[in-house]
Every structure is written in structure tokens, then in C-alpha cells.
Design a protein around this ligand. Structure first.
Ligand code: PRX
Length: 635
């Protein structure tokens, strides 16, 4: 089993070794897995291409490591535990033996439906066990999964299906979230009507009693296809560098891009980081509240925990249903040991009052995790005191879809802890801070642009179908470095504090959004001439979305217009991209070369109007006053 660090001294030693001889360090970790053929070379890399290969020519299958290799020792231990949306519905659980059989059955069903190694399979699923089972089934036969968060619109889904030319969609008929019973098959039908010609089959998991239209020849029920299949399916031999999955994420320009992760390195590093950050011990129950539609769910609900032989819990519902005590009720009910969630959920629950958390027995908890956005001091303190009862370390885990796994974080109780600081890099991770001139900032107590100097096993390999975009986005800003897009501070003790994005990406409730993407959606409204979207501080969401819009004529009813804009954005992207504030303006502040001065728009949006800096060089300084007045009225 992957090594587990047991003290800060051990961490320091491991870190030094990982930097002094990265290949030896990672070879030692990789040895603990099942390989069909061992690698010839640990690492081949250059960041110019970029071209990074880990465990070169190694052959394996990640599901043999998630499932088969645990059967002898822990076949009867629960692998996957599922808590339903409605607490009165039955909990479902799968031992490693049962999960193995279910995954094999599903893999055989995929094969029977023409899915082969290298084919792309798109998911649009609720948080039910079949989602994890089907994801693993893809990996079992070498099909590439592309999971799309089921809150995205038909448009967004169609874009992703087309970009990856997926052959199959796996979805449900309905999704249950809180009091909502959402007919999602309809979203899939709408998406497929948008020229998704590559789709041959839709597998529909039955999650409701009502009828849904099924298209003859294309749509099939999951249970019809899976139930009769054999519970054995040989794992397809994969090269370390074969694609494991695609996951779409937003950037500062253009449409979301498909981040590509490969098999070998991702396997080694997700397991290593899981074991060390959460300090999982045999018999523990681990719960990550993320959705598998995001990278956190991929790496820390499915792959990391199963690779480590853990009991991982999946939750179908929302933190506030049936009441604001649900998270804690579930922790109490299942005696959860490690709990991993996002600051936005914590802030939403703080607002509901302490009585919801105070009444539960949370003594099983040992480690609390935070992910997705900076955790503010108030949320940190509440999490530490109210949830952890001042007994549990908080691991503030910084990472990204592109990094595949946790990069900077405490390791359970073995690291110094400071509110709002992610802390020290994991072994194998070599972060640095750069200035805008491309110089590395040495020493401590310093702030700069966060880069990574050396490859780690789960680094993204490309962006699907567009390698140049990958190079441009991550490897061109600084020579021979991966640029994260985040600004960070290294304090006097060398601990990192993530400040936030320095590009045009905003982080709304831990969901990553490109401002350009939201603007493009808004611009679809027939009355919109131009728009500019910025983030602003939001008490619960971390950042809210503020849209400035120029229209092609007077707006008679601004409230009505705002509703229409929200509708367009919901159709184009999904409800998570809806602007919180919309201000109609007659112009946007622009430089003489026609570039929007977002700095000014950000300040106005955040209410910091006194300090706009020099606006005299603008092409149209007069609009600034108008925008300020309009913003005051909107607040
Ligand atoms: O800005 C950072 C923020 O989330 C971004 C990555 O978003 P995404 O790819 O959706 O992955 C989220 C889950 C890993 C980062 O560039 N971020 C993530 N974790 C933290 C964070 N910001 C501060 N502290 C964190 N712990």
C-alpha cells in the first residue's frame, strides 16, 4: 500500500527526497500498485511542448488497482456507501466484491453496445452509485469518460459531446436534489437535437416512476442492458499514458476546454495524495460532498479512495434538505471520519445558525477538508470550532482540474495549520512565485504568480483536440513552468496562502467560470450589443457574477430585461452561471486601443468606488461616472 507520512519530520524528509530524486521517489510509490508490465523509465518531460510522460511504457488498468487487488484482503469491506437525497429512502452500499461485479457487468454492457477502447462516453448523471460504477466500467475497457455536471444546460452539454465526439451518453430519466425532481432526460434529448451526430446510444438509468420518451434504436434502459451481464470482465491493458478521462473546465478565453488525464500517473498520485492528506486508516468512513461532475469527485470520491481501499461515501442530495443539519446528521449516522467539502457550503450553513450542527454527535470526525476556493477566516474558525469541536485538523487543499489532485495542503494532523493558508506543497510538488517580468521571487513573506516548476504524476497532458491551446494556456506565460492562473503569498514560515485567480476566471460557489463564457451567453440576447462580466466579493458564494450590459435601445422594463438575460444564460450554460447583478450601461470604459478596463469594472462592482485610479487616459472617461451612479442605485 502507498506510504503514509506520520509526522512533520517525515513529511520534510519525504519532500527533500522527492525534490532531490523525483524519479526514485515516484518509482517507490508506483511499485505499490499492480502493473501488467512495469515501466521502462519513470519520467520523460519537457514543458515546452508540453510533453510529459510518467511510467513510460508501463501497462496497467486503473480499475484492477481500484477493485481486483483489494478482493483478497478486503473483499467484504464496504467500498461505496450511498446516502440518498431523501433521508427516509434506503442507504445503498457495495462491498469491494459487489462493486467489482457491478463494474464488470456495466463494462460488459458497454461492450455489448459497441463501446471500445479509446471511445468517448459522456455522462449526465445524478449522484447515484451507477455513476461511479459506469465511470469505472469505462476505465475497465479503456473507454474515455467525460462527465458533465448535470446542472449544465442542453447547449453546454451538446458543446461538450461534440468537442469530444462521444459515442454514448449515460444519463438518468430524473435527478433528485432537495425537493426537486428534475426531468433531465429531456435536457439530453434537447442536446442531442443540436447536431450531436456521433452519439449512437443513450443509456438511461431509471430514477423516477414517470414515463419519459425513449427514442427507438437509440435509447436503452440501464437495467435492461446491465442486469443480465456476466459479473466478470477482463480489464483492458492500458498504457500509462493512454487517456483515462476528459473533464471540461472554464478558462479566461473561449469555450471550456477538455482537460485530459492519463492512466498511470493519475493513479499513483491520486492514491498518494488521498492517503496522505486525509490520513485515511483502515475501517474509516470517508465522505467527500462534491459532485462527480467536477474534478474533486473524480479524484476524491471515485479514484483516490478506491485505489487506497477506503470506504467512500456518495451523497445524492444537498446540504439544506430536509434541513440545514443534513451534513451533520449524515456524519453522525454513518460515523464519518474524514469529511471534505467546499467553503461555500460552510458559509451557507453558518448563515442557518449553530443549532443545526450543535445537536449532532460528531465525535467520529478526525480530519476536515476544504477545497475549491479560498476559505475565509470566519468560515475556517466555524468549521474548526463548530464542526471539528477544536479536535480536528483542517486540511485546506489547493489544486485544480488541471493538476488532477491535491498540490498544496496539510497532511492530516501532521502539518502546522494556519487559517486560510493551504500550507506546504505535497512531496513531489515544486511550486514557485513569479513576478510579471518572469523572474522567480526567492525567499519568504512574498506575493506573486503561482507556478509549478517540475512535473508531478497527475499533471494534465493536453486539452482535448487542441494541444496548442494547452501550451498557450498553461506553459507559455513563463518559460519551463506550469502557470496555475492563481496568485499566492508565501508567508514568513514558507506556507502558501492562495489569493485567487489573476486571470478572467471567477470562482462562484467553488464553481469555475470564464467571464468570456458568461459574456458570450449574455450576448445571445437580441437586445445586447456588448457585455462585460466581472466577479465581486459575495458573502456566501465567495464571488458573485456582475454583468454590465450595453443594449441596442432603451430598456422599458429593466426587471423584465434582467429576467430575460438570466433565462438566456441558463439556456446557454446553466443556472450556475446566472449573474447576481445586472447593470445596464450606455458604454464600457475602454483604453484607446479598445480594450475594456476590467480593473475599473471590478472595483465598481465590489463597491470600492473611491479608488478607481487614473481614468483620464480612457477613450471614454465620461462613462465611469454614469457606471458609478448606476451601480450605487443597484446596490
Ligand atoms: O483559484 C483556485 C481555486 O479553484 C481553482 C481551480 O478550480 P477547479 O479547476 O474547478 O478545481 C476546483 C477543485 C480542485 C484554482 O485555480 N481553488 C481551489 N482550491 C483552493 C482554491 N483557492 C484557494 N484555496 C483552495 N484550497
Amino acid at each position: 500500500m502507498t506510504l503514509q507520512i506520520k509526522s512533520f519530520e517525515e513529511y520534510q524528509k519525504a519532500y527533500q527526497n522527492s525534490v532531490a530524486d523525483p524519479e526514485a521517489f515516484w518509482a517507490e510509490q508506483a511499485e505499490t500498485f499492480t502493473w501488467k508490465k512495469k515501466w521502462d523509465k519513470v519520467l520523460d518531460w519537457d514543458f515546452k511542448g508540453p510533453d510529459v510522460k510518467w511510467f513510460v511504457n508501463g501497462k496497467m488498468n486503473i480499475t484492477e488497482n481500484c477493485l481486483d487487488r483489494h478482493l483478497a484482503e478486503r473483499g467484504d469491506q464496504v467500498a461505496l456507501l450511498w446516502e440518498p437525497n431523501d433521508p427516509s429512502d434506503e442507504v445503498r452500499s457495495f462491498t469491494y466484491k459487489e462493486l467489482y461485479a457491478e463494474v464488470c457487468k456495466a463494462a460488459n454492457a458497454l461492450k455489448a453496445n459497441g463501446i471500445e477502447k479509446g471511445d468517448r462516453v459522456c455522462f449526465y448523471m445524478p449522484m447515484v452509485p451507477e455513476l461511479a460504477i459506469a465511470v469505472l466500467a469505462c476505465a475497465r475497457i479503456g473507454a474515455i469518460h467525460s462527465v458533465v455536471f448535470a446542472g449544465f444546460s442542453a447547449h453546454a452539454l451538446a458543446d461538450r459531446i461534440k468537442d469530444a465526439t462521444c459515442k454514448m451518453v449515460i444519463c438518468s430519466d430524473f435527478n433528485n436534489r432537495g425537493t426537486k425532481h428534475i426531468p433531465v432526460k429531456k435536457v439530453v434529448d434537447d442536446a442531442l437535437a443540436m447536431d450531436c451526430d456521433s452519439i449512437e446510444t443513450v443509456l438511461v438509468y431509471k430514477n423516477g416512476d414517470e414515463q419519459v420518451p425513449m427514442q427507438e434504436g437509440r435509447d436503452k434502459w440501464w437495467h435492461d442492458e446491465v442486469n443480465g451481464q456476466s459479473p466478470e470482465c477482463e480489464a483492458t491493458e492500458m498504457d500509462s499514458e493512454d487517456m483515462l478521462f476528459i473533464l471540461y473546465t472554464s478558462g479566461s478565453t473561449g469555450k471550456p476546454k477538455g482537460v485530459v488525464h492519463t492512466c498511470g500517473g493519475y493513479m499513483v498520485y491520486t492514491c498518494y495524495s488521498f492517503r496522505n492528506v486525509f490520513q485515511y486508516q483502515d475501517g474509516d468512513v470517508y465522505w467527500c460532498t462534491a459532485d462527480i461532475g467536477w474534478i474533486t469527485g473524480h479524484s476524491y470520491i471515485v479514484y483516490g479512495p478506491l485505489l487506497a481501499g477506503a470506504t467512500t461515501m456518495m451523497f445524492e442530495g444537498v446540504p439544506t434538505y430536509p434541513d440545514a443539519g443534513r451534513f451533520w446528521e449524515v456524519c453522525d449516522k454513518h460515523k464519518v471520519n474524514q469529511f471534505y467539502t467546499a467553503p461555500t457550503a460552510i458559509r451557507a450553513l453558518i448563515a442557518q445558525g449553530d443549532e443545526w450542527v450543535d445537536k449532532y454527535d460528531l465525535s467520529s470526525l478526525t480530519v476536515l477538508g476544504s477545497v475549491g476556493e479560498p476559505i475565509n477566516e470566519e468560515a475556517w474558525q466555524w468549521y474548526y470550532k463548530k464542526v471539528g469541536r477544536e479536535r480536528c485538523p483542517i486540511v485546506d487543499t489547493w489544486w485544480q482540474t488541471e493538476t488532477g489532485a491535491i498540490m498544496i495542503s496539510g497532511l492530516g494532523d501532521h502539518s502546522p495549520m494556519k487559517p486560510a493558508h493551504a500550507g506546504y506543497p505535497l512531496p513531489g510538488i515544486q511550486p514557485c512565485l513569479m513576478n510579471a517580468e518572469g523572474e522567480e521571487l526567492e525567499g519568504n513573506d512574498i506575493e506573486g504568480l503561482l507556478c509549478i516548476k517540475y512535473p508531478w504524476p497527475s499533471i494534465l497532458r493536453t486539452t482535448y483536440g487542441d494541444h496548442e491551446r494547452c501550451r498557450q494556456t498553461y506553459f507559455s506565460a513563463f518559460a519551463d513552468m506550469y502557470f496555475t492562473g492563481d496568485g499566492a503569498r508565501r508567508d514568513k514560515d514558507g506556507m502558501y496562502r492562495i489569493i485567487g485567480r489573476v486571470d478572467d476566471v471567477i470562482n462562484v460557489s467553488g464553481h469555475r467560470m470564464g467571464t468570456a463564457e458568461v459574456e458570450n451567453a449574455i450576448n445571445e440576447h437580441s437586445m445586447v450589443v456588448e457585455s462585460a462580466v466581472v466577479g465581486y466579493p459575495h458573502d456566501i458564494k465567495g464571488q458573485g457574477i456582475y454583468a454590465y450590459i450595453i443594449t441596442n435601445g432603451p430598456v422599458d422594463d429593466e426587471d423584465e430585461f434582467r429576467k430575460e438575460v438570466l433565462k438566456v444564460v441558463t439556456e446557454e450554460i446553466g443556472p450556475i452561471a446566472k449573474p447576481d447583478r445586472i447593470q445596464v450601461v450606455s458604454g464600457l470604459p475602454k483604453t484607446r486601443s479598445g480594450k475594456i478596463m476590467r480593473r475599473i469594472l471590478r472595483k465598481v462592482a465590489s463597491g470600492d468606488m473611491a479608488n478607481l485610479g487614473d481614468t483620464s487616459t480612457l477613450l471614454n472617461p465620461e462613462v465611469v461616472e454614469e457606471i458609478k451612479t448606476g451601480a450605487e442605485e443597484l446596490r
